[in-house]
Design a protein around this ligand. Structure first.
Ligand code: E4P
Length: 218
């Protein structure tokens, strides 16, 4: 499974890329706004920090303008992935970009039928929003397994399932079991995934016992 990080915070991206666990970055207009940075400069800088896909979202709502914005964004760097909303206009633009070999991430997916449309439009990724579905009393992880089953039925689909709106480590586990190809994680959640109290306790015990030997390896 690939891990993307879901943030516009350059310090976080820099630090987490150094762990070797980060395969790409996703942003959205809200994350760009909270970074306080110029959108194009931010994407440019993120693209230097990871060789993986960096999702940058169009702002227009009609396909013609989306395609113009996509050109501006994809000119920033080779690893920019154009993020488009799961609307009829977004999927029209997706079809054109896919035919041109440009990576796309169809976002704001809340149903398996929408994911089917995204695959037919040739999306590189579809982003089901797990946490936002849970927030309204639906089961986000069930959506991931439905999409995975549908895509398995149609080997001609190349679209990868990018589980988004992840709210905690348990979500990562659940979407991995449900068949997501990628999870995009807020930085805090990637850090939490390393943690287990028994790891800390075990390490403290080993260090104490090692000290008693009086030895040093280096
Ligand atoms: C990622 O592509 C999405 O924009 C993001 O995961 C949304 O997460 P949120 O529901 O926590 O805003």
């Amino acid at each position: 499974m690939k891990f993307f990080i879901d943030t516009g915070n350059l310090d976080e991206i820099r630090e987490l890329c150094e762990t070797g666990m980060v395969d790409g970055v996703t942003t959205n207009p809200s994350l760009v706004a909270s970074s306080g940075k110029d959108f194009k400069s931010l994407i440019k800088e993120i693209c230097t920090l990871t060789p993986g896909h960096v999702s940058a979202e169009v702002l227009a709502t009609d396909s013609e303008t989306m395609l113009k914005e996509a050109k501006v964004l994809s000119d920033i760097a080779d690893n920019v992935c154009i993020k488009l909303p799961l609307t009829m206009e977004g999927l029209k633009a997706c079809k054109v970009l896919s035919a041109d070999g440009i990576a796309t991430n169809v976002t704001l997916c809340f149903s398996a039928l929408q994911a089917l449309l995204a695959a037919k439009a040739g999306a590189t990724y579809v982003s089901p929003f797990i946490g936002r579905l849970d927030d309204v009393g639906q089961n986000g992880c069930e959506l991931i397994s439905d999409i995975a089953s549908i895509y398995d039925n149609y080997p001609e689909f190349d679209t990868r399932i990018l589980a988004a709106s992840i709210r905690g480590p348990q979500h990562v586990l659940d979407v991995a079991l449900a068949g997501a190809d990628v999870s995009t994680l807020p930085p805090k959640i990637l850090r939490q995934m390393y943690q287990h109290p028994l790891t800390d306790k075990g390490l403290t015990g080993f260090m104490k016992d090692w000290e008693k030997t009086g030895q040093s390896l280096l």
